[in-house]
Design a protein around this ligand. Structure first.
Ligand code: FAD
Ligand code: DHB
Length: 397
């Protein structure tokens, strides 16, 4: 077995792992990233499109914000639509803040390139990655690469390995609580090189189910449809997708819909999942490794970023000021913001999707009334806007 050494070992080269490594590198803190798949495979995951300003600031601080700031689009509003009634939520007018529409693939590629340029080590296609002795002062990770077994010694381990990763499983069952809600539908996403249907995103609630019109640029659109969990991508030809989208988007927006060949189509299940605590000894759970939200509020990646912000501040204090005790602040600080994001995502998901017979008539009427109340009130729209642009990051004590 070959032995290597670093200060912070990071499992997972998704957005969380890359962002953390770049930020720590700026502080002179050494990291090694271990990733199970290839870089191209990571870049094949389309996923998120909406970045909060807090996330964007971190990316700039990490030195990877150039493309985001030149190619990303600043959005000052978003629309909610109930059948054909469109309600603008004027984010900047209501909160002074905006969001940036820039794809997860692009931000990941930018961070990968920056990592390579700065010579930060990442080992792709590392198999059997396993953390050990995380409660001790000498934790380490074992893994294999090209048939050779390695031991990576470190001070701390950042588990940035997503929902299916190994980090969360390292915390003994009796020391963690997992909260989960699985929704009875998935999201079918389609990407196409066609101009977007509208300048702003449209989140649409209809009797036929939820739909979302998003984008990546002036010439690339991203659309989503709520579909039953039993549906397969093969059940959805491009034609069938566009026909259904036309029925769910508000009529006066459909006039602007340009259809075309899909360049990607996939179905994702929707769920909320939270693990408490997010820390076990010298192991930290970051991003999807510790929590998942349904995509309706565009919060998953943004919550990953706020975890990174907290852990970055903590590790900087540990290495610069020798304050090792502050690591205990990670889980409470991160979880406070996570639960806010979970609540907002749950609210948006519940109110905008069609749950069919899963919700009785009374509950459906209560929810319609709640949505109508929020959308007819400036205060209600402000509450939505404040959460959509993202709550502030909490500082360490
Ligand atoms: P991941 O991206 O899952 O990365 C984890 C990495 O760890 C992966 O590369 C994986 O290969 C690696 N890994 C796993 N196991 C191991 C192992 N054992 N050893 C080594 N490496 C391992 N969020 C938003 O904020 N805004 C949005 O608009 C938005 N839209 C979304 C739309 C969809 C359809 C979906 C599915 C998600 C969306 N999200 C959105 C959520 C967002 O994509 C995730 O929250 C984000 O990917 C989390 O990043 P992460 O780095 O924590 O985890
Ligand atoms: C996108 C995804 C989301 O979940 C969301 O809420 C907004 C936009 C997107 O992929 O563009």
């Amino acid at each position: 077995m070959e032995t290597k050494k670093t200060q912070v070992a990071i499992i997972g080269a998704g957005p969380s792992g890359l962002l953390l490594s770049l930020l720590l590198n700026k502080q002179g803190i050494d990291t090694v990233i271990l990733e199970r798949v290839t870089g191209n495979y990571v870049l094949g995951r389309i996923r998120a499109g909406v970045l909060e300003q807090g996330f964007a600031k971190l990316v700039r601080q990490a030195g990877a914000g150039h493309n985001m700031d030149t190619l990303g689009e600043v959005h000052h509003g978003v629309e909610l639509a109930i059948d054909d009634k469109r309600v603008p939520i004027e984010l900047t007018k209501l909160t002074g803040e905006s969001v940036i529409v820039y794809g997860q693939v692009d931000i990941t590629r930018d961070m990968m390139e920056e990592r390579e340029k700065r010579g930060i080590e990442a080992i792709y296609e590392a198999s059997n990655v396993q953390p050990h002795d995380v409660k001790s002062d000498n934790p380490y990770i074992t893994y294999e690469k090209d048939g050779v077994k390695y031991k990576l010694e470190c001070d701390y381990i950042a588990g940035c390995d997503g929902f299916h990763g190994v980090s969360r499983k390292t915390i003994p069952d009796e020391l963690k609580t997992e909260y989960e809600r699985v929704y009875p539908f998935g999201w079918l996403g389609l990407m196409s090189d066609t101009p977007p249907i509208n300048d702003e995103l449209i989140y649409a609630k209809t009797k036929r189910g939820f739909a979302l019109a998003s984008m990546r640029s002036k010439t690339r659109s991203r659309y989503y449809l709520q579909v039953p969990l039993t549906d397969k991508v093969e059940d959805w030809s491009d034609e069938k997708f566009w026909e259904e989208l036309k029925k769910r988007m508000p009529k006066d927006a459909v006039k602007n819909l340009v259809t075309g060949k899909s360049i990607e189509k996939s179905i994702v299940p929707t769920r909320s999942f939270i693990c408490e605590p997010l820390q076990y000894g010298n192991l930290f759970l970051v991003g999807d490794a510790g929590h998942i939200v349904p995509p309706t509020g565009a919060k998953g990646l943004n919550l990953a970023a706020s975890d990174v912000a907290t852990l970055y501040k903590i590790l900087t204090r540990v290495y610069k000021q020798g304050d090792k005790k502050c690591i205990e602040q990670y889980s409470p600080i991160a979880l406070r913001r996570v639960w806010n994001g979970v609540r907002f995502s749950w609210w948006m998901t519940d109110l905008l999707h069609n749950f069919g017979d899963d919700k009785d008539f009374y509950t459906q009427r209560m929810e319609s009334s709640e949505l109508e109340f929020f959308l007819n009130s400036e205060a209600g729209k402000k509450v939505i806007a404040e959460q959509y642009v993202g709550l502030p990051y909490e500082d360490l004590e």
